[in-house]
Ligand binder design. Structure first.
Ligand code: HEC
Ligand code: HEC
Length: 142
């Protein structure tokens, strides 16, 4: 009985260490060198969560916007502005902030309106423009 408890405890420790090692936060660069929209002293945990939010909102992985490949985030160059998608994402961030300010000015529909990347993207790189997924022009032709 005591032995079983001991074995279980060791297994949980190993599992915990493995999970901790697999967390992207553990591989995150210690310093950010090219932030132009977020505050330079942003908490790393906040930046990680925002970045994970981007991947979920657009249905992509980090490499959609960043230079690098695969699961080893230490091999990524997150500061590089090489990919056009990263530049677009910066403008999208600014646009989203502007939209939220405009929405708040309307005082509608709630006191704390919130537009996020997901509001438009819904898990896709290109947001749909009409119900059913057609383009506006296709609809006009019908
Ligand atoms: C949709 C595009 C997009 C995706 C996907 C994305 N990022 Fe980013 N990332 C950005 C943008 C834009 C910036 C720069 C923000 C700024 O200028 O303030 C950035 C900045 C960063 C930085 C700071 C780099 C520096 O030194 O300035 C890190 C680290 C980072 N991202 C990690 C990640 C990780 C990890 C993932 C995947 C979980 C990820 N990003 C997914 C767009 C993206
Ligand atoms: C008001 C709607 C809206 C919001 C909010 C929005 N986007 Fe977009 N986004 C678009 C549209 C529309 C496009 C153009 C898609 C196309 O080319 O058909 C786009 C394109 C993009 C692209 C380029 C697509 C590509 O080729 O990969 C990126 C990257 C992107 N958005 C990131 C973001 C991020 C990150 C956020 C949140 C900070 C965000 N967007 C918020 C509407 C939006």
């Amino acid at each position: 009985m005591t032995m079983r408890v001991y074995v279980l405890a060791s297994v949980s420790v190993v599992v915990f260490v493995l999970v901790a090692a697999a967390r992207p936060a553990a591989q995150f660069p210690p310093k950010f060198t090219n932030l132009q929209v977020f505050p330079k002293d942003v908490a790393p945990a906040d930046l990680v969560n925002t970045m994970k939010g981007f991947t979920r909102a657009l249905g992509v992985r980090c490499e959609h916007c960043h230079v690098g490949e695969g699961n080893d985030l230490t091999k990524f160059d997150f500061a590089a502005d090489t990919k056009p998608t990263k530049l677009v994402a910066r403008k999208m961030l600014t646009m989203t902030t502007t939209l939220n300010a405009a929405l708040k000015d309307m005082g509608e529909p709630s006191k704390d309106p919130k537009i996020t990347c997901f509001t438009c993207h819904r898990g896709a790189v290109k947001p749909l423009t009409t119900a059913g997924g057609g383009t506006v022009n296709q609809n006009l032709e019908r």
